[in-house]
Design a binder for this molecule. Sequence first.
Ligand SMILES: C[S@@+](CC[C@H](N)C(=O)[O-])C[C@H]1O[C@@H](n2cnc3c(N)ncnc32)[C@H](O)[C@@H]1O
Length: 346
Amino acid sequence: MRPQSSQQSDRAPEPSPALFFETVNAYQRTAALKAAIELDLFTAIGEKNETVQELARRCDASERGLRILCDYLTIIGFLTKEGDHYALTGDSSLFLDRRSSAYLGSSIEFLLSPTHVEAFGDLKEVVRKGGTLMPDGGALAPEHPMWVRFAQVMAPMMALPARLLANIVDERATDKLRVLDIAAGHGMFGIALAERNPRAKITALDWPNVLEVARQNAREAKIEDRFQTIAGSAFEVDYGDGYDLVLLANFLHHFDMPACETILRRVHAALAEDGRVALVEFIPDEDRINPPIAASFSLMMLGTTPNGDAYTLSQFDEMFQRTGFAEVELRAMPPTFFRALVARKR
Ligand SMILES: C[S@@+](CC[C@H](N)C(=O)[O-])C[C@H]1O[C@@H](n2cnc3c(N)ncnc32)[C@H](O)[C@@H]1O
């Protein structure tokens, strides 16, 4: 007879209601993180206010409330606790202490905006319909104000992916580079290229209200003399031609495959003969369930767009083939959850 412990490990785990309980209450997890960001709790702990009493003073909140919030944040992994002292984890220190240059706290103004949260208010009906219940195409309505907010508050989250992409597509950073950044938003992807390479010239395309934010970022990065804009829909405006590089960062996932191909055909025509297109996307594996963050992004598109999706590499390959591109290269972008796809015109 085998020992008890090995018999146990061969068996399927005992059924448990834990996942149900945790998932049903997951809105509290969101609420706890939001409250901590709004109370500036992570900054307060980073400043060495480590006990409930110190934090209550610094955050202008009750001791009872802070004790329960800090314990909860410790349980879910945002803090550590030693005796009655709390401390930041490495991630919290980098991303949630307001004094960090990689601070992500302001992104909740987009990610938890009423527009976004309400899009998931009746997911059953969204699933029945197969697309967003938001009016006028949801996030795709022309000049939707949510994109101005996105451009204002998501730039810090995109600064690292933007630098990583610049390394991938312009390693030497010395060659002449005419870049079209489609759906530029905050403009960080084009700006990162221009900051590295003094011979890079950027044309950012987006809705006019969003481009105001991108122009401001270009001014702050001191590259405004190499930064132009094209205002309007990427399906309608004239892109111009002769670009060495076209960027499509976090744009194609909003559309169905035929619409993506319309954009890719327009991009193909706008590129110089040896030009390339670079996509930054959530790209799940072929099983569509891994890696979890990229694969879960399909649900975001279900709730907020009529037909958007997180496309797999084979789906992108198909789209590139049908629109005349060659030599598609997939690149990981660690430590971010994005992947880059670079395809040549010929
Ligand atoms: C998710 S953001 C991506 C911004 C940036 N490229 C990034 O990766 O962070 C999507 C952008 O697409 C823009 N957009 C949506 N529909 C568009 C259209 N038809 N033409 C041009 N831009 C559009 C939005 O204004 C927004 O800036």
